[in-house]
Write a protein that binds this ligand. Structure first.
Ligand SMILES: [Zn+2]
Length: 265
């Protein structure tokens, strides 16, 4: 974040790559886990969802989670706080950098390989590499339409704090829930870890589904070492309706956790 604020070079690098990859990024579709969670919400089994994701895939699946780390679908002014839709920002970039934007579009439309004149190359994973020379010199970033200030994606960069109002809301929900399920996160960021810890300390049942260690493994009631979507959901069920059921069963198990724990000891 500091680098982003202080160095226009870092900003050009970020926005050039982000602009280039935007179309592919926005074409992503929700996975089995997103769909299962949305259906559980609709069934009233999940009262509140908090996400660390910034990609809006939960929204596409029909959920409306609190976005703890913000979202790349909004752009915000560092100087006056004005925020606006990312699509508008993309349009502004295009106006300021017409030749470059046209080159990006030709990549998007499937001509594989690279455009040497712009130093762009589509990698096998779909990300777009951009030659340093290009974004260092010729890439122009839009500024705030209200105050001409510096724009950044409305996300919490690594090392930054979650805005207070949002952090407070998440904490309030964590303290008041009866069960807290953490999915697909190592909880290495303090902003997420402290929520699980607060829920646990307030007496809620807690569970984690994640591949590998998490920061809360020592105290959660239940830890399932599994990949979301692939293992938790798909292994047990093939159909949409039963996807939801497997999460539902897990919730039931959590709610019974008190007696379940005593039985273990
Ligand atoms: Zn501004």
């Amino acid at each position: 974040m500091l680098e982003f604020v202080r160095k226009s070079r870092a900003r050009r690098r970020y926005w050039a790559r982000s602009y280039a990859g935007w179309r592919r990024f926005t074409a992503a579709q929700p996975g089995a886990a997103h769909v299962a969670l949305a259906s559980l919400e609709q069934a009233g089994r999940i009262n509140f969802m908090i996400t660390q994701n910034v990609d809006r895939l939960h929204h596409r699946a029909g959920s409306n989670p609190l976005e703890l780390h913000g979202t790349v679908y909004s752009v915000i002014c560092l100087d006056c706080g004005f925020s606006f839709c990312r699509d508008l920002f993309q349009d502004e970039v295009k106006v300021l950098n017409p030749k470059w934007a046209a080159a990006i579009e030709s990549l998007d439309h499937g001509s594989p390989g690279s455009d040497k004149s712009f130093g762009m190359k589509q990698r096998p994973d779909g990300d777009i590499e951009i030659d340093e020379k290009f974004w260092e010199e010729d890439f122009h970033i839009p500024t705030c339409q209200k105050c001409n200030g510096i724009l950044k994606p409305d996300v919490v960069f690594f090392g930054d704090n979650v805005p207070k109002e949002r952090a407070d809301k998440a904490m309030e929900v964590a303290r008041e829930c009866d069960a807290f399920l953490a999915l697909g996160s190592s909880l290495m960021t303090m902003s997420a870890f402290r929520l699980v810890r607060a829920a646990h300390e307030a007496g809620a049942s807690t569970a984690i589904v994640n591949v590998g260690k998490t920061r809360a493994d020592d105290f959660v009631s239940l830890k399932i070492n599994a990949r979301l979507g692939e293992v938790l959901f798909l292994k047990f069920c093939q159909e949409y309706s039963t996807l939801a059921l497997s999460v539902s069963l897990l919730c039931d198990k959590l709610i019974r956790q008190g007696s379940w724990n005593q039985n273990q000891s």
